[in-house]
Design a binder for this molecule. Structure first.
Ligand SMILES: Cc1cc2nc3c(=O)[nH]c(=O)nc-3n(C[C@H](O)[C@H](O)[C@H](O)COP(=O)(O)OP(=O)(O)OC[C@H]3O[C@@H](n4cnc5c(N)ncnc54)[C@H](O)[C@@H]3O)c2cc1C
Length: 379
């Protein structure tokens, strides 16, 4: 593919870059989780005010109908500017596109606008204690009761549930059907007695994700997305958007971290050290391969209208590279990088989850082997 921007794309990049230059998000609140969240929410509101909260959404829903390349440019510029990821990232990248694909007109009218303005935050209630990679074995049950469904079960690792108004919930509605077929996708209101959110503190010290205990929660039938029994297909739309959407943001963040590390190495007079130069060179190569592969993934989206299995390749490459980069940073900087509160300590610890979240590396490798390389199925 041609990687040079045409006139329209270059103009779009300049416009976005100028906006970020004029809209400083202010200092990042580092040690107060709620203040940090509010900082991200407020910045998303500014993006929404300028029409930039979801440039990839169609104009009729408040987006800019950006092409895939323009959308990539937006995320690159967001990453480059140092601005935070929008607070409602799961709403913008996952819930919104899934509702656009499967929702009724009434659902689109009701749910899309408050996603853009971060007035209603979304979380993703997929994983359970015994269902992560093998999502289709989930056990949370939803039973019809008149024109409502009654839900009982447990979800886990639900990022941002403590701030969320809505949950993309996948539950089993037909226990007798084959496991992929008995699922339904619901839009569940988190603000009800039957839903209890219990924070889980991570190795970084933050409670980024939670357990959800669901005991008799009620969901009106009109909040089924894509039809009862069709939950697996709807969930796949969410998962494909998850891997594709963030690729550009992640690759530019990797680049920024690497540039920061090169500055540290230079300041300490270590750039001439052949071992350091070798590691930095390798990381530079990885960052470039990731950038180009992310762009190549656009071709699939432009051709088939939705992200393909290539998204799994970029997610795997990014998590592997980010873990290597943060480990090398700790080796280079030494014990100082392990002090509580040091940004490099945070990066090192947070990177551990990279190879688990959004699909484990082993599962992504299976997808790449089978669906990108066409190798025989493992099972
Ligand atoms: C930071 C973070 C945020 C998250 N946020 C959310 C969220 O908001 N919502 C949500 O629903 N979930 C979320 N998750 C959960 C995440 O999606 C799951 O952890 C992930 O899918 C793996 O599932 P699991 O933890 O049950 O591990 P398992 O699936 O039990 O896997 C255990 C091990 O077995 C390996 N394995 C499993 N199956 C295979 C296979 N077929 N072939 C080879 N190896 C295999 C895995 O790679 C892994 O090493 C989050 C996770 C993290 C780390």
């Amino acid at each position: 593919m041609d990687l040079t921007f045409d006139e329209r794309e270059a103009a779009f990049r300049d416009e976005i870059r100028a906006w970020f230059a004029e809209n400083d998000p202010g200092e990042e609140p580092l040690h107060d989780e709620d203040a940090h969240y509010a900082w991200r929410r407020d910045f998303q509101r500014r993006l929404a005010g300028a029409g930039y909260a979801a440039v990839h959404w169609p104009t009729e829903y408040g987006g800019r109908a950006a092409t895939m390349t323009e959308s990539a440019i937006f995320f690159e510029e967001l990453g480059r500017s140092g601005a935070p990821l929008p607070a409602n990232v799961l709403g913008l990248l996952l819930a919104g596109p899934t509702i656009m694909t499967w929702g009724t007109d009434v659902q689109k009218d009701r749910y899309l606008a408050p996603i853009l303005t971060a007035d209603e935050i979304w979380c993703q209630g997929f994983s359970e204690p015994d269902a992560g990679s093998d999502l289709a074995s989930l056990k949370t049950r939803a039973v019809r009761d008149g024109d409502e469904w009654v839900v009982t079960g447990q979800k886990v690792w639900t990022s941002g549930a403590q701030y969320s108004k809505w949950c993309m919930l996948v539950a089993r509605t037909d226990p007798d059907a084959p496991k992929h077929k008995g699922l339904t996708y619901f839009l569940m209101d988190m603000e009800q007695d039957g839903v209890q959110v219990v924070p889980l503190r991570q190795i970084t010290g933050e409670p980024e994700f939670n357990e959800l205990f669901i005991d008799g929660a009620r969901i009106p039938d009109e909040n089924v997305l894509g039809g009862a029994g069709n939950g697996w297909k709807v969930a796949l739309t969410t998962l494909m958007n998850e891997r594709a959407g963030l690729a550009f943001f992640l690759q530019i963040r990797l680049r920024q971290l690497l540039d920061g590390l090169i500055e540290v190495a230079a300041a300490e007079g270590r750039l001439e050290d052949p071992v350091v130069a070798d590691r930095l060179g390798d990381l530079h190569l990885r960052a470039e391969v990731l950038r180009l592969t992310a762009y190549r993934g656009l071709t699939a989206i432009e051709k088939y209208g939705q992200p393909g299995p290539e998204g799994s390749l970029t997610k795997w490459m990014w998590s592997d590279s980010n873990q290597q980069l943060t480990q090398f940073a700790a080796d280079l900087i030494g014990p100082r990088a392990l002090r509580a509160g040091d940004p490099w300590a945070y990066e090192l610890l947070r990177a551990r989850g990279n190879s688990i979240e959004g699909g484990t590396t082993e599962v992504l490798k299976n997808i790449v082997a089978e669906r990108v390389l066409g190798l025989p199925k493992a099972r």
